[in-house]
Design a protein around this ligand. Structure first.
Ligand SMILES: Nc1ncnc2c1ncn2[C@@H]1O[C@H](COP(=O)(O)OP(=O)(O)OP(=O)(O)O)[C@@H](O)[C@H]1O
Ligand SMILES: [Mg+2]
Length: 447
């Protein structure tokens, strides 16, 4: 097996013979790559060819993030993400690693991911969201200070849905909890009184439904008059209980701070906006307990996210990369890249914040066999981490307007960028291990 990806042939022949130009991930400083080119210069085309070569010639697992649904390759397995997908990712999953994982980190990541969308949370919203998320972990028995509780399979204190279904809390759990808190605030009087009122309501609803099922001809409002005597007694008891709880609460008023205490969690408006926000996240349909299952350690696995809005795409990719990174780290260090992430339209997803997952991957993922290949129309969105560290760079041609800037940033002669003939020629730089100088080479592209 030739562990190389053919990129083209060298333009300048030496002794009349043109040598082939390969990218050998094994022999390059890392498995990361950057493909830059204006619209129509063949970035997606090149990504497809690279994906196939990496999977079927080099023998790697290739994960394609497909934001337009146009990166198809033969033999691929494709998972479509949309409102009705049967699978999804869970942004509240906790990395159980005692050193690099944990509940606090999961909370931070979740908030950061939401804040990278076009609607940042305000200070109050962020504080309230943090409490909601912390509460939901606590309710399921996850303790931020005890790593033994970070895996729902082995957590000795596991509770709630995490206990019954051996899963992490998810966005739906968060939504139910936020809604519960909201209703509690709206109806006042704290936990016990609110619970009593909720139980009363639920019971009335059930009894009314029974009546309506039996008598098709009465209105919902009139149903209550038709319930049996025994059920009426039951209702009376529940009503009394609710009244007593409220009475107790009102009678116990001492400091005049009772309402403020109730609102300590947050104010009603903030909580209302969060319920909306979380509802929106849940309705996107992509955040669920179970991820798609791809078979085989070698092959092309496509995450097709073209049906998602821009914000959802960004959040999805943040969560996906975090999951892949944790999975890859858990397998331990390896000598050569065995998994590649291919990211088209990378400017949507990259971030200059050095704590962002993409920059972490570019700096640290090599040891764990993970390479990431970006394609983009411009280099402006990329951090120094990316520009300085990728093992291979391919320039497919850019608009005259950007030639000067790119030449400066990538340290290459502007005239050479200018003379690229799109889809025919390109400039490539590979940083080969043990080779100090890594000059750009002019190539004719391979098909
Ligand atoms: N080396 C090549 N040889 C032959 N055809 C090519 C080559 N590169 C690209 N093409 C063709 O050129 C067209 C544009 O390529 P592609 O879609 O990959 O561009 P792109 O850089 O991804 O553009 P955009 O930024 O608009 O997505 C496609 O029809 C593709 O098949
Ligand atoms: Mg494209």
């Amino acid at each position: 097996m030739d562990k190389a990806v053919l990129m083209g042939t060298e333009m300048n022949s030496s002794g009349g013979k043109r040598s082939l130009v390969h990218w050998r991930p094994n022999a390059t400083i890392n498995g990361h790559g950057l493909i830059i080119g204006a619209s129509g210069t063949g970035k997606t085309y090149r990504l497809k060819a690279t994906a196939s070569a990496l999977a079927y010639e080099y023998g790697a697992r290739v994960i394609i993030i497909d934001p337009h649904g146009d990166i198809s390759t033969e033999g691929e397995q494709r998972a479509h993400f949309n409102e009705t997908s049967p699978y999804g990712l869970n942004p509240l999953k906790v990395n159980p690693d005692p050193v690099s994982g944990g509940v606090n980190r999961a909370v931070r990541n979740f908030l950061a991911t939401i804040n990278r969308s076009s609607h940042r949370l305000g200070a109050r919203q962020e504080a309230a969201m943090r409490r909601l998320v912390e509460d939901i972990y606590a309710k399921n028995g996850f303790d931020a200070s005890d790593p033994r509780t970070w895996n729902p399979m082995t957590n000795p204190d596991v509770r709630g849905r995490s206990r019954s279904q051996h899963v992490y809390p998810n966005v739906s759990d968060l939504k139910h909890y936020a809604l519960f808190k909201y209703k509690q605030l709206m109806t006042g009087a704290g936990g016990p009184a609110f619970k009593a009122l909720t139980e009363l309501n639920r019971t009335i609803k059930t009894l009314n439904k029974q009546v309506l099922r039996e008598h098709g001809d009465i209105s919902e409002k009139a149903a209550i008059d038709h319930i049996s005597d025994a059920d009426s007694d039951k209702l009376e008891k529940l009503k009394l209980k609710a009244i007593e709880s409220y009475q107790e609460y009102v009678t116990a008023t001492k400091t005049g701070d009772e309402i403020n205490d109730l609102l300590r969690y947050t104010d009603i408006k903030t909580l209302e906006s969060l319920v909306d926000r979380i509802d929106h996240l849940e309705k996107a349909g992509i955040f669920k307990d179970s991820p798609p299952v791809f078979s085989g350690d070698v092959g092309v696995h496509v995450y097709d996210i073209h049906a998602l809005g821009r914000d959802e795409q960004k959040m999805f990719v943040d969560v996906l990369l975090e999951d892949l990174w944790n999975e890859q780290k858990a397998k331990g260090p390896v000598p050569a890249p065995n998994t590649f992430i291919i990211m088209d339209e990378a400017s949507i997803f990259v971030d200059k914040d050095s704590d962002h997952i993409i920059n972490i991957l570019v700096r640290e993922a090599r040891k764990f066999g993970l390479g990431i290949i970006f394609a983009s129309q411009s280099i402006n969105h990329f951090s120094e981490d990316v520009l300085a560290n990728v093992g291979v760079k391919l320039i497919l041609g850019v608009d005259q307007l950007f030639v000067g800037e790119m030449a400066r940033k990538l340290r290459v002669d502007a005239r050479r960028i200018d003379s690229i003939r799109p889809r025919q020629s390109a400039l490539i730089q590979t940083k080969v291990i043990g080779d100090q100088k890594s000059d750009y080479v002019d190539i004719f592209l391979s098909r």
